[in-house]
Design a protein. Structure first.
Length: 244
């Protein structure tokens, strides 16, 4: 079998395109989050002109997809003031800020509001930090019971789950250290999104690559994973990792 793979970049009517030529039957084209990066996979028998033509016939579609990503990219800047919308566990809440001379805290007074109490004069950075700490505490509490449930199902053991803010990934997995990183932003998503990312990273302990075996394992353990993936891909933060 010919396993030669050729990778290079071309420019088609102002759009940079990554071309991968390999031993495949069909031409594939993808526009990938988060920036609308265009990548094509072309069979070896396609020459340069054929590749350009195939891209040109799909230009309108490419531009439409890129416009969609550009729109999603604009996550509104937040000031952490009363009246703003903030997300928690997949739901939108209205923020209510109180200034009180006591240790900062966050709580849910009802199912429409997030209450934030900070010391008088706390600036935006401080208010944001208090909310982020609350998100982190939430995820820290959610993860252990999920590990307890999924480790025996998958037959893997995770040494450590850490949480941090990441710009391009919902999660990642250090296979050798059996350490999983989760994006703090997951606190804003529904619990099923958290489950999906965690199980996805745990499946990497069984299969490193996003190949057929990986998808089979996902199908077996979490048959609805594609729905969760699509929910996450609609969010501003997305990464090609989640194309699978
Ligand atoms: Zn992955």
């Amino acid at each position: 079998m010919n396993t030669k793979t050729d990778k290079y970049h071309i420019n088609v009517r102002g759009i940079p395109v990554e071309v991968i030529r390999k031993d495949i039957k069909n031409f594939y084209i993808g526009v990938h989050p988060p920036n609308g990066h265009v990548r094509v996979s072309a069979p070896l028998h396609f020459d340069e002109d054929a590749i350009r033509m195939a891209i040109i016939t799909r230009l309108a579609w490419i531009r439409r997809k890129q416009a969609e990503f550009a729109k999603q990219e604009r996550q509104p800047h937040r000031e952490f003031v009363t009246g703003e919308s903030h997300y928690f566990e997949g739901r939108r809440y209205r923020l209510d800020v109180f200034e009180q001379d006591c240790p900062p805290k966050v709580w849910l007074p009802n199912n429409t509001k997030i209450a934030l109490s900070v010391r008088p004069g706390s600036d935006r950075a401080k208010r944001e930090a208090v909310i982020h700490r609350w998100y982190r505490q939430h995820l820290r509490a959610e993860v252990p019971p999920l590990l307890e449930k999924w480790e025996p199902k998958l037959g893997v053991s995770v040494n450590e789950v850490r949480i941090k803010r990441m710009k391009t990934l919902w999660g990642s997995c250090n296979i050798r250290a059996k350490r999983i990183w989760l994006n703090l932003e997951l606190a804003k998503k529904s619990n099923s999104c958290l489950v999906y990312v965690l199980v996805h990273e745990m499946v990497h302990l069984l299969e490193r690559d996003h190949n057929d075996r990986f998808r089979e394992l996902m199908d077996r353990f979490l048959p609805q994973w594609r729905t969760y993936r699509d929910t996450l891909n609609r969010a501003p933060l997305a990464h090609e990792d989640w194309a699978y």
